[in-house]
Every structure is written in C-alpha cells, then in structure tokens.
Design a protein around this ligand. Structure first.
Ligand code: 5GP
Ligand code: ZN
Length: 115
C-alpha cells in the first residue's frame, strides 16, 4: 500500500513533517517545496500509486480522487475565479521527479502555453 522508501509515502505517514493543507484520508495536499507559481500545491494519494499507465483500477480511482480534492483545495485557497492548472508528470520526458502519482495545482499568475 505504501513504499517505505518513497518520500511522498513518508510525508503521508507523517514520518517527514510537511504541513498538510488538505487531508480526506485518501488524498492529502502539501505546498510544493519549490513553488513554480504563487499557488503550487501537490495532491497526493496516501496509497503508493506508481506509473499511471500501469495503475490497477483501485489505484486509478485514488488518482481520480486527486482531481476531486484539487477542486476542493482550489475553492479553499480562493483561486477558482482567477483559474488554475492541474498537471501530471509521468515518466522521463515529463520530468517526473517523484515516482508516486501526484497532481500539481498551479495558480496565481498567467501560466502561459503548455509544453
Ligand atoms: P514531479 O516532477 O515528480 O511531477 O514533481 C515533484 C514535485 O515534488 C516537485 O515540484 C518538487 O518540488 C516537489 N517535492 C519534492 N520533494 C518534496 C518534499 O519533500 N516536500 C514538498 N513539499 N515538495 C517536494
Ligand atoms: Zn509513495
């Protein structure tokens, strides 16, 4: 369910201190340590979900719960009027650093073109 060596699993379990801005027991959210926008929050399933393309249905459901949580967090932090972007990095070409599925919630500035 969780990976003992994974940084996001450790944060989820509370082994590494990182204030959670949201936690519904399935998904938690933390501020990105290197924010790329005025609002940069990570939505992370407590369960260790690895490569999205290989995810079992239950894991994919946990990933989907991140989208629901992102909408709630966007409302909580007041960025729905200005808008926001949700990003998933998967694998090498996307520059994924942490191999535990997560959504980036970016907001607070004009985000420019993707790619
Ligand atoms: P990825 O490139 O895997 O999609 O994004 C991983 C993100 O996690 C990066 O934006 C990075 O700044 C963030 N990050 C990595 N380690 C930590 C950490 O220990 N705490 C927090 N809050 N963010 C982290
Ligand atoms: Zn993990």
């Amino acid at each position: 369910m969780t990976d003992p060596n994974c940084i996001f699993c450790k944060i989820g379990r509370g082994e590494i201190a990182s204030p959670k801005v949201y936690d519904d027991g399935v998904v938690f959210a933390i501020k990105d340590i290197h924010p790329r926008a005025p609002t940069h929050i990570l939505l992370i399933p407590h369960a260790h979900v690895g490569a999205l393309a290989d995810a079992a249905p239950q894991e994919a459901d946990a990933a989907a719960r991140c989208v629901r949580a992102a909408a709630q967090v966007a409302r909580d932090v007041g960025v729905t009027a200005g808008g926001f972007r949700l990003v998933v990095n998967q694998g090498l070409d996307a520059g994924q650093e942490v191999p535990h599925f997560h959504l980036h919630l970016l907001a607070g500035r004009r985000l420019g073109a993707m790619g």
